[in-house]
Write a protein that binds this ligand. Sequence first.
Ligand SMILES: *Cc1c(COP(=O)(O)O)cnc(C)c1O
Length: 390
Amino acid sequence: MIPALLPTYARNELAFERGEGAYLFATNGRKYLDFASGIAVTALGHCHPHLVKALIEQGQKLWHTSNLFQIPEQQRLGERLVANTFADTVFFGNSGAEAVELAIKMVRKYHDETGNPGKYRVIGCNGSFHGRTLATLAAAGNEKYLKGFEPVVDGFDHVPFENMNELRAKITGETAAILVEPVQGEGGVRAGSDQYLRALREVCDEYGLLLVFDEIQCGMGRTGKLFAYEWPDVKPDIMTVAKALGGGFPVGACLATEKAAQGMKAGSHGSTFGGNPLAMHLGNAVLDVMLEPKFLEQVRRVSGYFHGKLKSLVAKHPGIYVEARGKGLLAGLRCEVPNTEVCDKLRAAGMVTATAGDNVIRLLPPLIAEERHIDEAIGILDGVARDWKR
Ligand SMILES: *Cc1c(COP(=O)(O)O)cnc(C)c1O
């Protein structure tokens, strides 16, 4: 008999009833160090006082009105994102996949508007993840997720990550855009090199393509800059954001330059829930904290500390952990032994993590993590590796 919940997840046995900062408390009475952060969502940890206050404040005032009306909180969050990024304009939705879906629509509309309706194909990378809608699945091209859901949405080509030769060879007169995660999350925690990200911008300029960065996982402070594109200083034309944007409240956004968004007019796109006052008030509260002068500085400091410790761990346990990767607090450990088993053992030892492609353990501490949390995590990773050898 089918369970009451559609059985699309292979869930583990834990249920949590409370969270506080970097810790989760389960119904089994145990405390867990949370290095999954709800898959890069609860970037300020659990129950951050500023977010709790904001939730209660707006909860008692106004939740939803629809986009038929002016929404001052949405206006404010849009203006703040514009002020702090490459973008000139923002559309708010409820999830990452919706943001990528709009990015794809915007790409097609741009070329249609500028007299090239035949340009509609988007080149993406192997090992990427962009969401679970029909178009975002096609954009990522992961056969495992597409199987049985054919026909695949047309208009997407794929090349290996970090490979400019193959990418250049894929460009045709129908190519409209390049869609890349500056740091691949789901696919195995691979950070694109500065050189690669700059080369993407150059090739887009050369062929009149739009550059779309999916920063749903690597954005919002995760790499130690508000957005990962700031490291190589490569400005995209369109960028998708979600996960940490609402600090745990579902919010997604598609940011764009005026040029890229020129085809989008009244009626071109919409969302019933997107950008409602409650979601926007929380998005603003997240930005209040992340834009504090010292916030990202601490993320960078703790990241440096974390990566140093991860490298030592790999040197110490080469039969278990073979490579430390990622950028900032989007870190990964490629394993020699099955990553799912490592994940289970880490959980049994009191730490929650996530897996990723390429046999990687994904480590996503909240951005409020301090050196002591890193030490605790490294201790658990070390202990699991030692027990494994016995
Ligand atoms: C999580 C994720 C998505 C999809 O976001 P949803 O909110 O699950 O739809 C898209 N792109 C990247 C890079 C992600 O990490």
